[in-house]
Design a protein around this ligand. Sequence first.
Ligand code: CTP
Ligand code: CA
Length: 226
Amino acid sequence: ETNKQASSFYQNKHVLVTAGPTQEIVDPVRFFTNHSSGKMGYALAQMAESLGAKVTLVSGPTDLSQPPGVNVLPVQSAEDMYNTVLEHFDEADIVIKAAAVADYRPKQQYNHKMKKKEGSLVIEMERTRDILQALGEKKKEQYLVGFAAETNQAIEYGKDKLTRKNLDAIVINDVSQEGTGFSGDTNEVTFLSKRGIEKSLPLSSKTQIAQQVLTLIETDIKGGKS
Ligand code: CTP
Ligand code: CA
């Protein structure tokens, strides 16, 4: 019953999802990355597809197999992800930014492998562009969902990101707890929307969290309270 309602809502929607980590190259054999597995984003993409949406998944490097029926666009760096997401933003109705995008990248990329030397090494890092922030500034009709990975004061920091980045909703992830966040098969999140939904989703599989998040997005867009 719930699924049927959801599927008719998602049937004519184009959902753009980002997932996974980014890799920021130092030299041909080294890069900076993070612990994101991509599982949450892939679960969202797969669930949206099974609810009838047209789904584009912009994915950093992961070990996951391509969800059937989903248009997967692989990227490596934050800059690649920025370009690919911006290319597909106009055609999207709902954008969910589950990717763990690097905040910094090495200021220089070396074409040859760096050789070790005596003493310590300093690698200067520069900021990457904030993709979500750019989408928040550019958005027209799109419903924009961010993720927030926090280890402390999660709700407070999450709320701040919701307003600062001009989002419609944010999924707050406490990555410091057992069984939640980056690499496992389960998650526990709080969904906050600009229109006033505040719902904590207790520990469950990323598939179940994905389904609940998509239902909350639907409820929020339809103007209901949860
Ligand atoms: N994000 C992004 N581009 C970046 C950095 C982050 O699009 N260069 C997006 C992430 O995909 C996520 C949201 O911003 O949806 C929040 O990411 P998070 O790392 O929690 O927050 P930041 O804004 O990067 O702030 P900080 O890491 O300092 O908490
Ligand atoms: Ca960050």
